[in-house]
Ligand binder design. Structure first.
Ligand code: ADP
Ligand code: MG
Length: 156
């Protein structure tokens, strides 16, 4: 059976960073990833780890106020990190022209994708983080063949 879902317990922040970091080498864009979980679940931390693994050395800010932060990376054109938490209506997706960022060869990570309703492109993968004891449970689920391949490459 093809691998479509994994679950990991992440005891501390460093474990979340390492999980993101370990994924960086196996990403083949274009890829759309939804980051699910409550405020403070670790969505931005996971992204920070991924950027670290992709060789990005600068600071990683949460895009809560800017909606999107974009990072040029050696291995693919751009990583776009979205946070739609502050949207009051899904139409803000269109007003901000965010579709234009879904170009070839980009990795798009989206926090609070449900806030953008049907404007948001469908996910290849979903990363879900949930508070559990003093750490987090992380589930990564593939929804497309591309997402499944990325998950398999990562874990093999
Ligand atoms: P989100 O983007 O989901 O709102 P952040 O990544 O900004 O969350 O913040 C998550 C907070 O939880 C940070 O303070 C971080 O240090 C902490 N954290 C991240 N991963 C873990 C973990 N596995 N266990 C405990 N704390 C964590
Ligand atoms: Mg965040």
């Amino acid at each position: 059976m093809e691998l479509a879902k994994i679950t990991r317990f992440l005891p501390d922040e460093e474990a979340t960073l390492k999980l993101g970091e370990s994924w960086a080498a196996s990403i083949m864009p274009p890829l759309v990833v939804y980051l699910q979980g409550d405020l403070g679940a670790g969505k931005t931390t996971f992204t920070r780890g991924l950027l670290r693994g992709a060789g990005y050395q600068g600071a990683v800010k949460s895009p809560t106020y800017t909606i999107v932060e974009s990072y040029p990376l050696p291995r693919f054109t751009l990583l776009h990190h979205f946070d739609l938490y502050r949207f009051t209506t899904p139409e803000e997706w269109e007003d901000a022209g965010l579709d234009d960022l879904f170009a070839d060869n980009c990795l798009c990570l989206i926090e609070w994708p449900e806030q953008g309703g049907s404007f948001v492109p469908p996910a290849d993968l979903t990363v879900t983080l949930q508070h559990h004891e003093s750490g987090r449970n992380c589930t990564i689920e593939a929804h497309t063949d591309k997402g499944r391949k990325s998950l398999e490459t990562w874990l093999n």
